[in-house]
Structures are given as structure tokens and as C-alpha cells.
Ligand binder design. Structure first.
Ligand SMILES: [Zn+2]
Length: 116
């Protein structure tokens, strides 16, 4: 999946199915990402110096990358993304539904020659 931070994604499985949110953090090694407002858990915090009130802290837990789909900025639908080369040799993501590009993923030229 070609997802970057600040992308808007939609969750497609689990309790948060259908929820859209912004990608806050990506852990590619683990194949997980943190989406704003998704998979939120409450942590109960005891009163302490740092947190004199105590109480509940909400925190998003990572979700599996395969459980989200990128929302296409053009057609507004959750869609699969593909990658294609442009005329100048740069590589971009595109929406497989409407074909609109959604941002460069590799700069022109050099990226192509370094491909395996
Ligand atoms: Zn689209």
C-alpha cells in the first residue's frame, strides 16, 4: 500500500469500519499505521506530578495497513491505488477508480534506474 502520513484513509474492517481519518504515523516495518480517531483506547491515568488531574487519556492504537484504503482526493471514495510512471520518468500514485493521480511517489529519473 502506498500510504503516507497526512493521507486520509478509510478503515475497512473491524470495529472502526467506515471511519475516515488522517494518517498520523506509519510503521512500515510492522506494517501498521496510526489513524487519527481510529482504534482509540482509553488509558486510565493515576494522579501524578505530570498529570495532577489523573483521569483518562485517549490514545490511538496502530491498525494494520491492509485494513485501510486510501481515500481518493478526486472522487472522494476509498479506492485501491496503483503506481505509474509519468512522461518525465517520475512515479506517481493514482486512483484505480477514477484514474486521478494523487501525488508523486518518486522523483524523475534517478528513481527509475535505482529500481530493482
Ligand atoms: Zn478517484
Amino acid at each position: 500500500m502506498r500510504i503516507r502520513t497526512n493521507d486520509i484513509v478509510q478503515v475497512i474492517t473491524g470495529d472502526d469500519r467506515g471511519v475516515r481519518g488522517k494518517v498520523l504515523k506509519i510503521n512500515r516495518a510492522a506494517g501498521k499505521l496510526i489513524v487519527e480517531g481510529v482504534n482509540r483506547v482509553y488509558k486510565h491515568v493515576r494522579r501524578s506530578q505530570r498529570n495532577p488531574q489523573g483521569g483518562r487519556l485517549s490514545k490511538e492504537m496502530p491498525v494494520q495497513i491492509s485494513n485501510v484504503l486510501l481515500i481518493c482526493p478526486k472522487c472522494g471514495q476509498p479506492s485501491r491505488t496503483g503506481a505509474r510512471f509519468l512522461d518525465d520518468g517520475s512515479k506517481e500514485r493514482y486512483c484505480k477508480k477514477c484514474g486521478a493521480g494523487s501525488g508523486e511517489i518518486a522523483p524523475p529519473r534517478r528513481a527509475r534506474s535505482s529500481q530493482k
